[in-house]
Design a protein around this ligand. Structure first.
Ligand SMILES: Cc1cc2nc3c(=O)[nH]c(=O)nc-3n(C[C@H](O)[C@H](O)[C@H](O)COP(=O)(O)OP(=O)(O)OC[C@H]3O[C@@H](n4cnc5c(N)ncnc54)[C@H](O)[C@@H]3O)c2cc1C
Length: 553
């Protein structure tokens, strides 16, 4: 946490230097002394300090300054730092002005020049005022602050990226706080492109991309080595397991993740069926531990980077990233998992981020505290979402297309939902439309049996209606089934014969694709278990196959 500021303002350089020197001498252990040569300059300084989230404890200002008097400065300054203590430096003839200032702006003290000796005439007064300030001051948050609008997809994307990468931040809702609006107009020149992200070093990013954010917060976004034994695409449970086992067994390993490590599992509020966690574990926690473990073994994890193509240049395999970077290695593990399917209902797209969310959007739970929300879907992820939001929302309505939950959801969740009074399940029901003026206000649902339609007033809708494999970057190189799942092992063989272009003098390994040295694990693989444990198992098991493959290159 940076030290609070003592700001002194005087147009007379001699007086300014003298007061600065005296302040430093006595207060430098606990405070930073900052000086300004005019009221205008001081206002600029404190606007910047405010943007950085630095506290100002005290203003010590000369009354007699051209252009802006000390009192005039303080009138403006207390709009930005209302809690700072205010002291005027006056000449004998200014007493009347000082008394007016006491009434007008709550001046705390006026000091006559000269203040010699400071140990008698300066320090005791200021110490008193500063101890008062300390008693009342709220410690400021000294980290990253995101200022934006709750109902904005861009603001949500920034919050979500920071949260999933475990980067703490403070959220400033510009609709709620006048001071935030002031901050925004200062930083963006009133242009209000949201969100703005303020960093402790004073820099501000306006509507940043995830890549810009990742770079700024110090996440690795570039490969450090020219060559790897193993390149992993995707940082979900399968990819992370591949990275942990690969690196722990001495392979030069890099993992590329388009967003944040964790994948789908990372968005789960509580995974209850993962071995060894009898009371469940949040997906975010599991991902954080796995990423730390992989790095500890020496794996590189680069985030906010997307693989857009894989190439075979024997004996090498290349992974091309969205920014054109080429990663070269011997083996590739494809573990890109799945992405959510879009809900085809009128009005959904235009309200995305303004009440309509895909997946759990855990960062938004607090926003909808005490309100009515809808969860769409009937699988485990929707069930977990409903349970999670039931802790915050007044009522959760689950909209399920099928006749019941049992066919699509684990029984433990079905039971839990039945026992939760503020969750209602609307079966045989689909979403027809989402409505609202700038924010979601209601959805129209239709009953599949009776055809009856009705409007439900809700503040938020969280959609969990299934997923599709995220494998388009494999192009024609890697064989996939009709839905896009990657084929491996026996599935790439035809009548017991390896696929065309197969050059290894053996059959493909269990999780190997039609290209020797390119493997696939997790949800994106045809026939996989679609569970965290299954993905972890496949990711780690692949590493022994990769070892065998590497002996042949
Ligand atoms: C909300 C929710 C709750 C769930 N709860 C449970 C549960 O309780 N128990 C359970 O067993 N399972 C649960 N599942 C299922 C489980 O999360 C998945 O089976 C598991 O995460 C699959 O792991 P994966 O590594 O194969 O893929 P994913 O988890 O989908 O991870 C893939 C990763 O690859 C990244 N990626 C994709 N394409 C690229 C690319 N081109 N370049 C770089 N990176 C890329 C993605 O951003 C993602 O991070 C849940 C799923 C969801 C959505």
């Amino acid at each position: 946490m940076s030290k609070p500021i003592l700001l002194t303002v005087d147009d007379d350089p001699e007086v300014l230097n003298a007061i600065e020197r005296d302040l430093r001498q006595h207060f430098r252990t606990d405070y930073r002394v900052v000086k300004a040569a005019s009221g205008a300059q001081a206002l600029e300084t404190i606007t910047e300090l405010k943007q950085r989230g630095t506290q100002v404890a005290l203003f010590l200002v000369d009354e007699r300054m051209p252009h802006m008097t000390g009192t005039q400065f303080l009138v403006e300054a207390i709009k930005i730092y209302p809690d700072a203590r205010k002291v005027l430096l006056t000449a004998y003839a200014d007493t009347e002005t000082a008394i007016t200032a006491i009434n007008q702006i709550g001046l705390d003290h006026y000091l006559m020049k000269p203040w010699e000796p400071p140990s008698v005439r300066l320090y005791p007064v200021l110490e008193d005022l500063l101890s008062e300030w300390h008693a009342r001051a709220r410690p400021v948050f000294d980290g990253i602050r995101v200022a934006g609008n709750v109902l904005s997809q861009a603001s949500f994307a920034v919050k979500d990226f920071l949260a999933s990468n475990h980067v703490p931040y403070q959220w400033l809702d510009m609709d709620d706080e006048a001071t935030v609006r002031e901050l925004l107009s200062g930083a963006a020149g009133g242009a209000f492109r949201l969100p703005l992200v303020f960093f402790p070093d004073g820099t501000v990013l306006v509507q940043p991309t995830t890549r810009e954010l990742a770079d700024k917060v110090g996440l690795q976004t570039r490969a450090q080595k020219p060559f790897y034994d193993l390149i992993v695409v995707g940082g979900g449970p399968a990819g992370l397991a591949g990275a942990v086992y690969g690196a722990s067994e001495g392979l030069r390993t890099i993992l590329v993740e388009r967003s944040a490590p964790g994948g789908q599992a990372g968005t789960s509020s509580k995974i209850e069926n993962y071995l060894g966690f009898p009371s469940g574990v949040s997906g975010a926690e599991l991902a954080r531990r796995a990423a730390t473990q992989a790095k500890r073994f020496g794996a590189e994890i680069i985030t906010a980077q997307e693989a857009v193509e894989i190439r075979r240049e024997d004996p090498y395999r290349k992974v091309i990233l969205g920014d054109g970077t080429e990663l070269t290695g011997y083996a590739v593990l494809i573990a890109p998992g799945m992405e959510v399917r879009r809900l085809e209902a009128a009005g959904c797209d235009s309200l995305l981020g303004a009440g309509v969310y895909y997946g759990a959007a855990l960062t938004e739970a607090a926003t909808y505290r005490g309100q009515d929300v809808i969860v769409v879907g009937g699988a485990n992820s929707a069930g977990q979402g409903a349970m999670f939001f039931s802790l915050h929302a007044r009522k959760v309505s689950m909209v399920v297309r099928g006749p019941n939950l049992s066919a699509t959801m684990s029984q433990y969740l079905v039971d839990r939902i039945a026992d939760t009074p503020n969750v209602e399940v609307l079966t045989n029901t689909t979403i027809v439309a989402a409505r609202g003026d700038g924010r979601l206000e209601s959805v129209t649902v239709a009953n599949g049996t009776s055809g009856e339609r009705r409007d439900l007033p809700v503040s938020a809708m969280f959609i969990f209606i299934g997923t599709a494999p995220r494998t388009s970057f494999c192009g024609d190189l890697v064989m996939r089934d009709r839905q896009g799942y990657v084929l491996t092992g026996r599935d790439v063989m035809t009548d017991g014969r390896p696929p065309s272009g197969w050059t290894a003098g053996r059959d493909p390994y269990l999780f190997e694709t039609n290209v020797p040295g390119i493997f696939c694990a997790g949800d994106a693989r045809h026939g996989s278990g679609k569970r965290v444990a299954a993905a972890v198992g496949e990711g780690s098991a692949t590493v022994s196959m990769i070892h065998q493959y590497l002996q042949s290159v």
